[in-house]
Design a protein around this ligand. Structure first.
Ligand code: PLP
Length: 415
């Protein structure tokens, strides 16, 4: 359980909450879906790497290089365990969720033919749309977009139709697990079952998931699962691509260089590449981020994901209760939000204007289309105000937001 004492302890672990940000104000951070704040253990781990063992990996014959290599490989194992992958080489280090999706979309190109079908949904982040649009353009395949119903659930009729009528032409479905616009969870198990009956692959965009819940890639039989360290209290510039071993072996590398070669030849066809994971990780990896990301996982595990879920759910309910007291507020999907990501608008006021005023009070929210224009335009053409909560947020911060929202409305009503 996260009680007041524990919350106090947790907040003390985040340096950004223990200092004034500007105008002598503390930061009230409600933009966790964009990126999360970092605890001391993660920051210190980055510092420790550069101070003590800064060296390249997988290629040195000296002490600190071997140590760096051991540490990134240990991190890989911790990540493998975190999502319950079968093997550590099923964990590929990338730059982020976006980079991971691009790797798959480009890496499967040779298997995609004209008139094949790639499926996404109307709920996707642009990072899970544009790589597929490009793949479709290059291969003359077709992108199908599963629409949302009025309750913001993905309508599966089109999926059923395509799987039944187009059969083996439906090559891959790429779907978000938890939306970054409203904290809705898609029933990925159901969709994966349907897809696998047709031998269709499924990629799950888990960018918003692992900070709020756990995932078991084996149990869910997920083919590819992608996420970013920076959204799970870890450093920026590091993403994870999980893939089933047998599938990753079929993915073509999309970048080439050092670190991935076992035996070089000037005859390109004769180059012998390393096995997984190195074949998909050319160049120097983001060593300090990989090492320190394991500290984020340890941090989450120490608090306990069930405690996080329980506390964040209470915060979510409280935030919805307070916000719903505001006149003329539109709280999108109010009764179906499962995770603490809330999108709203206040009648007659532009989300950006509200966001600007809140910022003056030290409250960080996100406004606009959240890089998910097809979804946000479906909700409201002008965009939304989004608050996304974390286990380090407090009831008092929600009260503060409520008061400052009322103040913002008052200020704007006079203009
Ligand atoms: N997918 C979803 C659902 C996201 O929320 C985000 C980022 O907000 C991304 C993909 C892209 O993540 P990144 O910018 O870390 O690559």
């Amino acid at each position: 359980m996260i009680d007041k004492k524990k919350l106090n302890y947790i907040r003390k672990q985040f340096p950004i909450f223990n200092k004034k940000i500007f105008d002598n104000k503390n930061l009230v951070y409600f933009d966790n879906a964009s990126t999360t704040q970092k605890p001391y253990s993660v920051i210190k781990s980055i510092e420790k790497y550069y101070k003590n063992i800064n060296s390249n990996v997988h290629r040195g014959s000296h002490y600190i290089s071997n140590l760096s290599t051991l540490k990134i490989e240990k991190s890989r194992k911790i990540i493998q365990k975190f999502i319950n992958a079968s093997y550590n080489h099923e964990i590929i280090f990338t730059k982020g969720t976006t980079d991971s999706i691009n790797l798959i979309a480009l890496g499967i190109k040779k298997y995609i033919k004209q008139d094949d079908i790639i499926i996404i949904s109307q709920m996707e982040h642009h990072s899970n749309i544009i790589p597929w649009q490009n793949l479709c353009k290059e291969t003359k395949s077709k992108l199908e977009v599963l629409p949302l119903d009025k309750n913001y659930n993905i309508n599966l009729s089109l999926l059923d139709y395509l799987l039944e009528k187009k059969k083996e032409k439906v090559k891959i479905i790429s779907l978000v697990h938890i939306s970054n616009v409203i904290g809705l969870e898609n029933n990925i198990k159901k969709i994966i079952n349907k897809a696998h009956k047709n031998n269709t692959l499924v990629l799950i965009d888990g960018a918003q998931s692992l900070s709020h819940t756990n995932i078991n890639v084996k149990k869910f039989d997920i083919d590819f699962y992608v996420f970013s360290s920076h959204k799970i209290y870890g450093p920026t510039g590091l993403g994870i691509l999980y893939g089933k071993e047998k599938l990753l072996k079929k993915i073509s590398p999309i970048q080439f260089g050092g670190g991935m070669v076992k035996n070089f030849s000037f005859n390109l066809n004769k180059i012998e590449y390393e096995d997984l994971p190195l074949i998909l990780e050319p160049g120097t990896p983001n060593i300090s981020s990989i090492i320190s990301f394991s500290e984020s996982i340890k941090f989450i595990n120490k608090i306990g994901i069930n405690n996080i879920k329980e506390y964040e759910n209470k915060l979510l309910k409280y935030a919805l209760y307070k916000l719903s007291k505001i006149d003329n507020i539109f709280l999108y999907g109010k009764n179906i939000i499962k995770y603490p990501i809330i999108s709203f608008n206040i009648k007659n006021y532009h989300p950006f204007d509200i966001g600007m005023i809140l910022d003056k009070y030290g409250i960080a929210v996100r406004t606009g289309n959240h890089c998910a224009q097809p979804f946000v335009k479906f909700i409201n053409k002008k965009g939304t105000i989004r608050i996304s909560l974390s286990f380090y947020n407090t009831y008092e911060e929600i009260d503060y937001l409520y008061n400052k929202l009322l103040k913002s409305i008052k200020i704007l009503s006079k203009i």
